[in-house]
Unconditional design. Structure first.
Length: 221
């Protein structure tokens, strides 16, 4: 597995989290929503769709048990079996979680309930990267994001593990901390090497990784 390709693919997948969490709200075009039930509270300016909710806008589709729109506060909440898919010519982004919230005024998004985001290239290679954790947060104006709790980054023969992942879009920088961050490499399904430290910093555009404090490498023949 080419590590340079992995760096680039991981950063692209993390950027996809930002696209996923804004989803319908940020997309352009006509919005279509279907559900089993609709409740409208005009006084509070709250609209609640419930039961097999399907929302489609442009190339983005979100499904959930409940979709709530708080117009006064600029908030959208999707809850219960939340899934989304977004297509472009170059990639497909899939997301699933227990709950997704988007605050337009704060430019803030949060996914909870063991969120998983998968980015799949549509260039014939079907290259896929999956990122999961217990919680994902995106700060759009700062162009930063945080994934916390049993963080896993999977792509083909490389697996990254940590308790906390921070990414900085402008710097194309990813920092793994907590739980002894580890990068594992596999060959034919067998572990071939594992690298760990207290802090692992990845600069995706420079093909550079830095292991800091208590570095350890296990290489298997």
């Amino acid at each position: 597995m080419n590590v340079k390709i992995w760096f680039s693919a991981v950063f692209s997948a993390i950027m996809a989290i930002g696209l996923t969490t804004t989803g319908i709200a940020a997309a352009e075009g006509e919005l279509q929503i279907t559900s089993k039930k609709l409740e409208v509270d005009r006084k509070q300016d709250i609209t609640v769709f419930s039961g097999n909710v399907i929302a489609v806008k442009s190339s983005t589709t979100i499904t959930a048990d409940v979709l709530e729109n708080y117009a006064k506060n600029g908030k959208v909440v999707a809850a219960g079996n939340v899934k989304s898919v977004d297509f472009s010519e170059k990639e497909r982004i899939d997301m699933r979680c227990g709950k997704a919230e988007y605050d337009e005024k704060m430019s803030y998004s949060i996914l909870t309930g063991n969120p998983v985001v998968t980015r799949t290239k549509r260039d014939g290679t079907e290259e896929k990267v999956e990122i999961s954790g217990k919680k994902m947060e995106i700060y759009r104006e700062k162009k930063e994001g945080v994934v916390t709790g049993n963080v896993l980054i999977k792509q083909e023969e490389i697996l990254g593990k940590s308790e906390l992942l921070r990414y900085y879009s402008d710097m194309k920088k990813i920092v793994l901390t907590g739980g002894g961050p580890t990068i594992e490499c596999y060959e034919a399904g067998e572990l071939s090497a594992a690298y760990s430290a207290e802090v692992v910093t990845i600069y995706s555009d420079q093909n550079r990784v830095i292991f800091e404090n208590a570095f350890n490498a296990d290489i298997y023949p």
